[in-house]
Design a protein around this ligand. Structure first.
Ligand SMILES: Cc1ncc(COP(=O)(O)O)c(C=O)c1O
Length: 109
């Protein structure tokens, strides 16, 4: 099989899996939690944020981690609307992923 949908989901390299293993198995707490088990992971997230920023020549404050493409699309659309309060129209097309189509069904053909 030739898999051509890596934008939807993709396997990680073995070294990535190994780097992440502790956070899948032993240190899986929520870094935003008030208790120590999770909160101590905040520094791990912040280190990752700085590493990603350095890779693309950005500032860590400019990096936002999201859980999926749908959340990313929503964040981008909401940020664009907030930055342009006078503009209320978003142009999309029927071939876009459903996460960027109007929830009332317009644009779904
Ligand atoms: C352009 C685009 N947006 C959003 C999604 C939805 O992704 P997720 O399931 O990660 O929210 C996909 C998935 O294929 C996609 O290709």
């Amino acid at each position: 099989m030739i898999y051509l949908d890596h934008n939807a989901t993709t396997p990680v390299l073995p070294e990535v899996f190994e780097a992440m293993r502790p956070y899948f198995t032993e240190q899986w707490g929520n870094p935003s939690s008030a208790y120590k088990f999770g909160a101590k992971l905040k520094t791990v997230i912040e280190t990752a944020r700085e590493q990603v920023a350095e890779l693309i020549g950005a500032n860590g404050r400019e990096i936002t981690f999201t859980s999926c493409a749908t959340e990313s699309n929503n964040a981008a659309i909401h940020a664009a609307l907030k930055a342009n309060p006078g503009k209320r129209h978003i142009v999309t097309s029927a071939v876009e992923h459903s996460s960027v189509l109007p929830s009332d069904g317009r644009g779904t053909g």
